[in-house]
Ligand binder design. Structure first.
Ligand code: SF4
Length: 329
């Protein structure tokens, strides 16, 4: 590992000031991804700014009925919070579906937003990877791409975003609050992560000197659910996941929010499926029709073509559970 300077600021103002004067600095919270990336030589910060002691570790009620989650709230603490478990089950379920208990105890909400892809070629310095070395090529395109993306891909990169939590946040219309020496700005979660295009190394709209300080949730939907399909029951990234919130009255869908994980470089908000579902019958046929429309633009490769059928079935199953109340059983 390269030598680096270590700074531990006492407040948010000092933290953002520390990176403003040091362009090659990185914030570290729980360190569950950044330390791995530094060990592998993929991240090479000159300065590490340790934000773990900042007072950003509370979950607080918002006046309109939502919640404000500090960026340093640990994933395990958030998943266990009774307000999250009862009002936003999709979020609690998503967090508990990710990583191991030990990692969830260390990982922070802010860090979860910023974790980088688990594409194996990204971590292998002997492989070509445009995300690690822009312009270097992409060995995943013709290689082992079972876990890779099918939506929003480019010829530069087909990596997926690894977070479960972010898929739930996308379905919940969460907003990310960030701070720099220029002030505070708020970014809808759905706009926070970027598709690869020609520059897969740029993964979010966050500037290098901006610190994630909180995530805000609007008032909770009536009913929500997270469903994850993976190769083994624990400690595995999603092949496909679905975060959904659904409201049905007299057999008609009156509100729906749907996001997909494991299929794109960002949590994939399924707007086309939502458009078809809203106002229509809450039926299996309609759920499948909406899934087909969302997945129609998929670009598949031999290794990951199965994801289209898997995503279709998982979308329909999740919506069926919510519409029949099976999720509460
Ligand atoms: Fe790198 Fe993306 Fe290709 Fe993986 S898919 S090797 S992260 S460029």
């Amino acid at each position: 590992m390269r030598p680096f300077a270590y700074v531990k600021p006492i407040d948010v103002a000092a933290a953002v000031h520390a990176v403003a004067t040091e362009p090659a600095a990185k914030f570290i919270g729980g360190g569950t991804n950044l330390v791995d990336l530094m060990r592998e030589g993929i991240e090479r910060p000159d300065t590490v700014v340790d934000v773990s002691g900042l007072p950003l570790d509370e979950v607080a009620e918002l006046p309109g009925g939502g919640l404000r989650i500090g960026a340093l709230v640990r994933n395990s603490v958030l998943a266990a919070d009774p307000r999250i478990r009862t009002r936003y089950p999709v979020l609690s379920q998503a967090i508990l579906a990710g990583a191991s208990p030990q990692l969830r105890n260390m990982a922070t909400v802010g860090g979860n937003l910023l974790q980088r892809t688990r594409c194996p070629y990204f971590y292998d310095q002997a492989s070509a990877c445009n995300k690690r070395e822009p312009g270097g090529g992409c060995d995943a395109l013709g290689g082992f791409n079972r876990s890779h993306a099918i939506l929003g891909v480019s010829e530069s990169c087909i990596a997926t975003h690894p977070s479960d939590m972010c898929v739930a946040l996308a379905a919940l219309d969460a907003v990310v609050e960030v701070r720099s020496v220029r002030g505070t700005r708020r970014i809808p979660l759905a706009d926070f992560h970027l598709l690869p295009g020609d520059s897969p190394e740029i993964e979010t709209v966050l500037a290098a000197d901006e610190l994630v300080t909180a995530v805000e949730l609007p008032p909770a939907p009536a009913r929500s659910r997270y469903r994850k399909v993976r190769d083994r029951a624990s400690y595995a990234f999603a092949l496909v996941s679905v975060a959904a919130a659904l409201e049905v009255r007299d057999g008609t869908v009156t509100a729906v929010r749907l996001a997909l994980g494991g299929v794109a470089a960002k949590p994939w908000r399924a707007r086309e499926a939502e458009r078809i579902l809203l106002g229509g019958p809450a039926s299996e046929e309609e759920f499948l029709l909406a899934a087909d429309a969302e997945l129609a633009p998929a670009t598949v490769r031999p290794g990951n073509a199965f994801k289209v059928k898997l995503a279709r079935a998982t979308i329909a199953a999740t919506l069926r559970e919510l519409s029949t109340g099976e999720d509460a059983a």
